[in-house]
Design a protein around this ligand. Structure first.
Ligand SMILES: N#Cc1c(N)ncnc1-c1cnn(Cc2cccc(F)c2)c1
Length: 305
């Protein structure tokens, strides 16, 4: 066990602000209409939270979300709280040093129960569905695609949120319409493509392929807002363009060291997730910092907000 073992990463509450949701690597605390969205240093791989955290991962990914929320602000409003209440600020003040830079104060939104996934390349669950059916989410694709091939045009491949912590389930656009109605389904699809177009173009200028990404939207005062984290390596597949080679899985920009290590120890995924050697931790941290520098153009981890 090293200093970043998972036991040091789990907090159950922030004072009297109740924990309202816990993901693999994110925690959400709620105080009325204001939420505290905390990105932890936890890292998951192969759907398991590992026994070690990556120092500053939460801060790096939060600052990336801030950057991207601002970058696409002219395309879609977001859930960030412009002015948190004095009461909430007072409540979190004792924890500021623990959560500084890796927390977002956001407005409670009525979240759509759909993950809005857009794919510019065929990979992951999309590749599995394509192999099985020749299509993804009911969208028929050209025959003969190789894994990681660039698609003729980006596709919208929504997924239904599965609250049990399992995999979200790919659904057709028609099912999405049945779930949230034609108006919202069409608008979320339009926004998803518009954000992806802007973000993938920016990533490409920095030598990064944004292969796919997942957005979550909600309603605040009846208006659609972009919520959750956005365009982070945890919600997106980023590939280094210089090593792009279709015909197989691409190296993950941020998690390849972790994946290679887990493969090297022949980790049995039914066994408890192992801790990581310090070298894997430090190299992985460097990859997150590199993504931050490339995407934001900022040399250091100075806060965006
Ligand atoms: N963002 C946001 C949000 C919002 N602005 N209003 C209401 N609900 C949510 C909300 C609910 N679940 N999640 C995902 C999630 C799960 C687990 C931990 C997390 F930190 C985050 C996001």
């Amino acid at each position: 066990m090293n200093s970043h073992t998972s036991s040091a990463l789990l907090t159950t509450s922030l004072g009297d602000i109740p924990l309202t949701a816990r993901g693999k690597v994110r925690d959400l605390y709620a105080m009325g209409e204001e939420l505290l969205f905390i990105a932890t240093d936890r890292i998951s791989a192969f759907d398991h939270v590992l026994g070690s955290g990556i120092p500053e991962k939460g801060k790096i990914l939060t600052q990336l979300s801030h950057f991207w929320f601002d970058f696409v602000a002219d395309t879609v409003p977001n859930h960030l709280l412009a002015s948190p209440s004095a009461e909430l600020l007072a409540k979190i003040a004792p924890y500021e040093s623990q959560i500084e830079g890796r927390s977002m104060l956001v407005r409670r939104a009525e979240m759509f129960p759909v993950e809005c996934v857009v794919r510019g390349y065929i990979s992951g669950s999309g590749w599995k569905d394509y192999l099985a059916t020749g299509s993804v989410c009911g969208i028929e694709l050209p025959k003969g695609l190789r894994e990681s091939d660039k698609l003729p045009c980006p596709i919208f491949t929504p997924a239904a949120k599965i609250n049990t912590g399992g995999h979200d389930e790919n659904i057709s656009y028609g099912v999405m319409v049945d779930t949230i109605g034609e108006h919202y389904a069409a608008e979320l699809r339009r926004l998803t493509f518009a954000i992806y177009e802007k973000a993938s173009a920016h990533a490409a200028t920095e030598g990064l392929i944004l292969a796919d990404t997942k957005f979550e939207f909600g309603l605040v005062d009846g208006k659609i807002v972009l919520a959750d984290e956005v365009l982070t390596p945890d919600s997106s597949r980023y590939w280094p363009a210089e090593s792009y080679s279709p015909g197989g899985a691409q190296p993950s920009f941020d998690k390849q060291y972790v994946r290679d290590y887990l493969e090297s120890i022949h980790w049995n995924k039914q066994a408890p997730a192992p801790s990581l050697p310090d070298e894997v931790i430090s190299k992985t941290r460097e990859k997150y910092l590199e993504a931050f520098r490339l995407i934001t153009g900022r040399s250091g981890l100075e806060m965006v907000r």
